[in-house]
Design a protein. Structure first.
Length: 289
């Protein structure tokens, strides 16, 4: 029986493909800035929003978007203006977010299954409204990441040079923070807040094994994210596994396979005998008289 004849599987597939394309497009900038784990930190803050939504009986997703956006902006301002380093600010995001989420969820009357849906994803329960939200926000993030690629790359590569060049560094940093929060919250239904960083980072790390330029790495990472999203949903349908975990497992498996193949290819090239250099022509001096 073809499970994709059912609407809920079709919606799950569309959502996974959108997120698989969007997360690496943003993640490449986070990897460039040495903030590969910021998705985890913002995910924990989003969990606080989920807890607030469950406690006050409002939309957990909307509360998660608000909490994640505020948290991302605050951390970016702390990193920029204060003496707190990026790593320490990220740690504050981790611990404060998950502590607040646990406290609020504990105060609410929600069951553990409701919380697990946000921690580990529940893509098969996504509604048409959820998919429409994912499509709109995901498209907005993609347009920003691709359309502003030169400016964002300059800021992530060398912030001081970007500032001297006249780029609005603060605005671009805040844009990255907000789009990270949006990506985390739309991916929450797909892979869960505990696994979202994998889709942001693993395809980028995989692409870096075989590409050199920033543009080619971005394109390859997006293609790998698209593959992991689609194949992960197919694997979940066939093997009856959790969709979010299946997507991440395939992304990591792709990294292992590509890394091994790339290492083997480099080793083969080094072992291949190099042709001997052609002898340099000798200057012939003709004697006179």
């Amino acid at each position: 029986m073809n499970l994709f004849q059912y609407e809920y599987m079709q919606l799950a597939l569309v959502s996974a493909l959108i997120i698989g394309l969007t997360a690496p497009a943003l993640g490449i900038y986070l990897v460039q800035r040495r903030l590969a784990l910021i998705g985890d930190g913002i995910g924990h803050v989003a969990l606080t929003g989920v807890g607030a939504g469950l406690l006050f009986q409002t939309s957990p997703v909307i509360m998660a978007v608000i909490a994640a956006t505020v948290g991302a902006v605050v951390i970016e301002l702390i990193r920029e203006r204060g003496r707190t380093s990026g790593d320490l600010a990220l740690a504050l995001l981790f611990y404060g977010g998950i502590a607040g989420g646990v406290v609020l969820v504990g105060l609410s009357d929600s069951t553990s299954s409701n919380l697990n849906a946000y921690l580990f994803g529940a893509l098969s329960t996504a509604s048409r409204t959820d998919v429409a939200t994912i499509a709109v926000l995901g498209t907005a993030v993609l347009i920003a990441m691709i359309g502003l690629r030169p400016a964002l790359f300059a800021v992530c590569h060398d912030e001081e040079y970007a500032r001297v060049s006249g780029l609005p560094v603060r605005a671009l940093n805040l844009l990255l923070a907000v789009t990270t929060a949006i990506t985390v919250t739309i991916a929450m239904r797909a892979v869960g807040v505990l696994l979202i960083s994998a889709l942001m980072v693993v395809p980028v790390a995989t692409a870096q094994q075989v590409t050199r330029g920033f543009r080619s790495t971005m394109a390859a990472a997006m293609a790998l994210g698209l593959f992991a999203g689609g194949a992960g949903i197919w694997m979940a349908a066939v093997a009856d596994t959790a969709p979010g975990a299946s997507v991440v497992v395939l992304a990591i498996a792709s990294f292992v396979v590509v890394t091994l193949l790339a290492a083997g290819w480099r080793r083969l090239r080094r072992a291949r005998p190099q042709p001997a250099p052609a002898p340099e022509p000798h200057e012939v001096v003709l004697g006179g008289s």
